[in-house]
Design a protein around this ligand. Structure first.
Ligand code: ARG
Length: 588
């Protein structure tokens, strides 16, 4: 289905054509003077040069062809040459009734659906999930849902950090504590135990202990590096410990992501890419892409137009070990081989941008990815505390995700209990639902690349541009619709009517923007624009609600029209929050 803006522009194009001006000048925009008009066309100003005429003359010409328009209620040429527009209420109502019938609320499926992979989440196994990984999960999940809604074929891959030094540290620490375990006995040749020799709780303690100890103790650090090397080179006992670490951590990660309403199609990781490394290295050498520089194998990726130095991509360290660059390149080999994506979107901290510039260039230059494969880096900013520094616990430590969620939920629960009389149990469940919305909306309402301040008080407020406010609005609409149904009336086959008040029209115009907004969001990969849209729509609804008797409207036709509009508005808002990755409770 066309967007309202498309339809209006079409109408404007016809008028430009009839007046003998080129239709490229007929573009219509949202008004930046909402006090004067709803939409405007500024094309007469641009056309003035071409036609050597005063813009107002052109505007007047065009306007004269719009007097009997099906779409406009008011068309006005104003100095110096703007065309101000108001849309006919019947036109908007027809549009909304069309939209209500459409399965996708008027959003057209992508003409050429793409196969897209999203690399997001990226937690490091055996380390507790911390707030640093929160943004990747929230943003990535939302982008996945948005692109799917538009009809693309999207696969989300968590890309676990499961192959690095942290594994060697855990092995070393475990050996120190329980040297008699069979994993450390090199002559052991039977089957290893099925049960892991640690719980997730223990594992989460082992890693930081080992990591801190290694910083102070050179021998220990050396041993951990050795263990990493041996693990990567297939030492049997270490591979078995690695499997235990994976099994225990992944189970815990799944639980955590489930609480965040985030899910992945693929649980692959750095380890999966390792088997592609030898052939890749051979190719890079054979085809002359790689050369040795001070013992390390590198591929140059500097380009002539670079203003800053872009260091070479590091393929192998002088001791032969693979690096972060290597793993990401090998992962690309794997992805090309197994999935042949049209595009891969990486949702990663923007401080890693240089790494991705190097990897993307190297992958393109060496043919690891096809020339047409699009590689997109979507770097996000830092989540800061109120002091403007990266978010920490009150004691100054790294904030664990679980604790952050708990803090928000407790705050939400307090607020819900303050003004409600629901059972504690129901309030708890509601607090979790609303708490998640508070976190996700707080994050997603900012442009991803920007840093933002995580402000518990603001995010959990029921007023202002917050998740709880949006949910509150949806719940309010639901409750009106429920009450309407309780009178025995049905929500089926209702028609939206022409708006009679300015508040009703404003709400209708907001609701009608949905498909236009979603196309922009897909085009720019910009979930924050969904937030801006639902905030405007929620505001428009609340104004309408305060100014209008809805259920107590005596004219039945009118009442039905209102209900039809509310039903559509609710569907739009619910679809939007679904795309953002959260949902509304029944009551709150
Ligand atoms: N595990 C990495 C980290 O915590 C993020 C992984 C991002 N994805 C990638 N393909 N490199 O920093």
């Amino acid at each position: 289905m066309k967007t309202l803006l498309n339809l209006i522009t079409k109408e404007m194009e016809q008028a430009f054509q009839a007046a003998d001006y080129d239709i490229s000048y007929a573009k219509v925009n949202l008004s930046n003077r909402p006090d004067l008009c709803e939409y405007q066309c500024n094309g007469a100003m641009a056309a003035a040069k071409t036609y050597r005429k005063a813009p107002i003359m052109i505007a007047n010409d065009v306007v004269s062809y719009l007097q009997n328009s099906q779409c406009f209620d008011m068309v006005e040429a104003v100095n110096p040459g703007f065309i101000n527009l108001k849309v006919k209420p019947s036109f908007v109502a027809d549009f909304l009734n069309e939209m209500a019938k459409d399965e996708h609320l008027g959003v057209e499926t992508a003409g050429q659906p793409k196969t897209i992979m999203i690399d997001y989440g990226g937690p490091n196994v055996a380390k507790p999930l911390h707030v640093g990984h929160l943004r990747s999960a929230i943003i990535g999940e939302s982008i996945k849902r948005i692109l799917r809604y538009k009809g693309h074929q999207v696969t989300g891959d968590i890309h676990l950090g499961d192959w690095g030094y942290q594994m060697g540290l855990i092995i070393t620490e475990l050996k120190k504590r329980q040297p008699d375990l069979p994993y450390f006995n090199e002559t052991f040749d039977r089957e290893y135990p099925k049960e892991a020799p640690f719980t997730i709780g223990e594992l989460e303690e082992i890693y930081p202990t080992a990591s801190a100890y290694a910083k102070e103790n050179e021998d220990y650090r050396e041993e951990a590096l050795q263990a990493t090397f041996q693990l990567q080179n297939g030492r049997r006992g270490y591979r078995a410990v690695w499997k235990h670490i994976m099994q225990v951590s992944v189970e815990d990660l799944k639980k955590n992501y489930k609480n965040l309403n985030v899910d992945f199609d693929l649980w692959k990781g750095e380890a999966d890419a390792q088997k592609y490394i030898p052939d890749m290295v051979k190719m890079l050498k054979d085809e002359g892409f790689a050369h040795y520089d001070q013992g390390a194998l590198v591929v140059d990726v500097q380009e002539e137009t670079d203003k800053k130095e872009v260091p070479p991509c590091m393929i192998l360290k002088s001791d032969g070990a693979a690096l972060y660059d290597t793993t990401d390149l090998a992962t690309l080999v794997e992805r090309e081989e197994l999935y042949k994506p049209d595009e891969i979107i990486y949702v990663v901290d923007k401080r890693q941008e240089l790494h991705f510039v190097q990897v993307f260039r190297c992958a393109k230059k060496t043919g690891i990815v096809r020339p047409e494969t699009e590689l997109t880096f979507l770097g996000f900013g830092t989540m800061n505390g109120k002091d403007g520094k990266p978010f920490k616990t009150r004691e100054g430590g790294v904030m664990r995700l679980e604790n952050l969620i708990r803090e928000i939920d407790e705050e939400m629960l307090k607020k819900i209990m303050e003004n409600r009389t629901v059972t504690e149990e129901e309030a708890k469940k509601t607090a979790e639902t609303v708490g998640l919305a508070a976190i996700k909306y707080g994050d997603l309402s900012n442009q991803a690349s920007k840093d933002y301040i995580f402000d518990v008080d603001r995010f959990t407020s029921f007023e202002g541009n917050t998740g709880p406010y949006i949910l509150y609005t949806i719940v309010r609409i639901k409750s009106i619709l429920n009450k309407y149904q309780e009178t025995g009336a049905s929500l089926d086959n209702l028609q939206i009517k022409e708006a009679e008040s300015e508040f009703e029209k404003a709400l209708m115009l907001e609701t009608a923007k949905f498909n236009d907004m979603l196309d922009v969001v897909c085009e720019e990969i910009a979930p924050h624009k969904i937030c801006a849209y639902i905030y405007d729509t929620a505001n428009a609804f609340n104004k309408f609600y305060h100014e209008t008797k809805i259920l107590s409207e005596e004219n039945e036709d009118k009442r039905k029209g209102y209900i039809a509009l509310l039903k559509l508005t609710k569907e739009v808002l619910e679809t939007c929050i679904e795309l953002l990755g959260f949902e509304a409770p029944e009551r709150m």
